[in-house]
Ligand binder design. Sequence first.
Ligand SMILES: Cc1cc2nc3c(=O)[nH]c(=O)nc-3n(C[C@H](O)[C@H](O)[C@H](O)COP(=O)(O)OP(=O)(O)OC[C@H]3O[C@@H](n4cnc5c(N)ncnc54)[C@H](O)[C@@H]3O)c2cc1C
Length: 427
Amino acid sequence: MRNDPLSHGLWEKTAPPAPQTETLSGDARAQVAIVGGGYTGLSAALFLAEAGTDVVLLEAEEIGFGGSGRNVGLVNAGMWVMPDDLPGILGETYGERLLDLLGDAPRVVFDLATQHGMACEAMPVGTLHCAVGESGLAQLGERARQWQARGAPVRLLDREETRAKVGSRAFSGALLDERAGTIQPLAYARGLAHAAQWAGARLHTGSRVTKAERSGSDWRLETATGALTARHVIVATNAYTNSPWPQIRQEIVHLPYFNFATPPLPQAVRDTILPGRQGAWDTKQILTSFRWDREGRLVFGSVGALKGAGQAIHRAWAERAIARLFPELKGTRFDNCWYGHIGMTADHLPKFHRLGDNVIGFSGYNGRGIGPGTVFGKSLADLILGRISTDELPLPVSDVTTQSFRGVREGVYRYGAEAVHLLRTVF
Ligand SMILES: Cc1cc2nc3c(=O)[nH]c(=O)nc-3n(C[C@H](O)[C@H](O)[C@H](O)COP(=O)(O)OP(=O)(O)OC[C@H]3O[C@@H](n4cnc5c(N)ncnc54)[C@H](O)[C@@H]3O)c2cc1C
């Protein structure tokens, strides 16, 4: 993408091609305009087109250019916020509805991948949230209890079971979530794009929306080379917003996150590290994540930007950390690395906004966007199709709030992660 190897790294090398798309040129019309070609926009485009709606999606760069093409690929069920806290924050109705929807979101993702024959390395085999120390274990025990009370198939593993499932002695336990799994994230975005285009959606890349203005009861969206007029607009630009709705970005603090990938590793190693192929991450604040890709590369990530001094600091940390977790990998070098920006909201919950008459969007997924982006995109389609009312959405309508000191907070994330990785002597 944009010939930058640090933007999408391994995923760009192993994803099947995106569908053929062109830049918007001249004047176009549609019933629905979608701004942003990540999971949210593409899912909305797919479900709208399948219902026979005339829909046009405008993406500034390429399909999956934002978080959707750069992430770890952990298809999670739920948010970072504890399940029992959600009804307290959102009210009983929205809290329970959101929990149900997000708990089921990985199934929706994996079903879509199967239904549309997406070559996106879908592995619905669960995830392992790995406990560091006694406090990490207590935290996961509570999370397990809360999900189990809701009938979710999650299980707290003890130290020995965790050692067998992870292939490392570093963790005091783990939460196995059988609803979840992994995918190749850019391949999934491109798979959604193929499916949406096949269903009749018109997708334009290299088509940044620079201006939005009313035209009677419609909206007119301008790009450098064309204009699109539509009654409804979905704004799906999220953490990568660079659009006429800058308030979306002002509500979000960017948390940088990087990944390093090994070359394909020998079968003997693949048989001992995550032998069940679950995706994994730990309970540390500056967390570590690790997962396999289809060819047996271990993808190893954490908080930080591969920029300036961060490049060398995070690489040196990753080489030390992977060897501490998995001593058999001592001396392993990485041949792909990339990073992106996670969009964090103040309360760590996503938002639904009405940005004008018939202008709607979800944003702020806090690093949990594969399942949520997919099901929220479908909710936006259902709302426009009149299948649900605003009251039946998974989140209430909220005003956009600006986070103060965003630059400072983003600096703290970036340089704080560098300091931690420079000084950390354990993994
Ligand atoms: C490094 C990293 C790791 C992550 N790990 C995980 C994970 O393991 N599991 C998980 O569930 N989530 C993870 N996430 C979060 C997840 O990737 C995002 O929440 C999700 O991709 C958001 O999808 P989206 O469609 O809403 O936005 P995006 O995928 O960011 O798409 C927004 C698009 O809008 C486009 N755009 C912006 N402005 C304009 C404009 N003016 N005109 C036209 N287009 C415009 C951008 O170019 C971009 O392509 C991670 C994110 C990152 C960055």
